[in-house]
Design a protein around this ligand. Sequence first.
Ligand code: NIG
Ligand code: FE
Length: 420
Amino acid sequence: MTADKILAHLEEVFCPEDLGRALRGAEMSKAKILKNAYIAIKDGKILEVGEGDAYKRLTNAATELVDLKGFVATPGLIDAHTHLVYGGSRENEFSMKLNGMEYLEILAAGGGILSTLKATKKASFDELYAKTRGLLEHMVVHGVTAVEAKSGYGTDLETEVKELEVLDKLGKDMPVELIKTFMAAHVIPKGYENNPDTYVDEVIEMMPTIAQKKLAEFCDVFCESGVFTAEQSFRILTEAKKHGFKLRIHSDEIKNIGGVQVAHDLQAVSAEHLMVVDDEEIRLLAEANVIGNLLPGTTFSLMKDTYAPARKMLDAGMAITLCTDSNPGSCPTANLQFIMQLGCLMMRLTPIEVFNAVTINAAYSVDRAKTMGSFHTGKDANITVFDAKTLDYVLYFFATNLAKEVYIKGSLAVKDRQLV
Ligand code: NIG
Ligand code: FE
């Protein structure tokens, strides 16, 4: 077999295990790290990874050889939780937050997600497309090759569909893979404060349309004090399951109101945030194999000290990922590398645990492990090359974009830190 392209002489290559499910607990502290390594690509897929000169037998005169001495590589990073499509921005709330106003207080006063609803309804398809494309481009430049993204700034069917169609078109127009989540249950819209269950009914009524148009693969709910109760979340997700959606739930971001039990009982693929979970809930998540999508950038941006207890989660045998949560309110960023660094600095995860979190485990979290998340033969050749001589350096040297090259399905998407 001859390779089309070989990335050769890499100082280190991170090779996660793929056990057919997300890595749990102590499994997350293991990975193969190849030295003086190569990655051979054929037809946009991984042909082989290995060390030293062994790649030479895979070459002929037509093989493109890329010398990456002085750099390291990982499977293309995957961001398994974002809210990318929205109108406007919320820097007007920044000084309120700095003056001590809480996220949920801003929301209760009609700001927060509610203000982004207005801006998103007003924005045209083309405006949303251009803005979301810009965010995605930042993400790819920072090493990301697949992104989960949610609706949820519409709350009416028309705007929810508009958001998901924007994502759909971006997924077709850009090399980055997009995984879409329907999240009309993101906020109780104005006018439903006294009858939130009527809005729950409306969310459920939107599901057949979203499912028929194949506009989303997952359904998510913001289970939070002042937003959706655990009972309402259970109802919404139970209906979503009937329509064939895979499930996620925003739980325990600020208050603990029982979202974990819902994730456990409905066997959600993932539970998001988990900043204020207790030990028994960690046990429940581990028992039900619910992946914890942890979002330390949100804790950072909300200026809290309640980082999700990632070490406890691993001790209990849970699987975790790290994601940006990119959104205009609680985490305005497009830099997954910084989130990974917070995983080390604020959650005490090791570099190997962090790289497993954003590669193989994130691939399971978005249900794409058959095609991405590791360097096993036959998976898409999604590769992030970092300007670093060791993998540890990528997490140690923080808040600076170190992604030098990004390959998606074997083609260069980023070269010398610029989009191709
Ligand atoms: O995950 N918590 C709900 N959704 C986002 C915030 C959305 C917003 O503030 O616009 C989150 O933190
Ligand atoms: Fe979120």
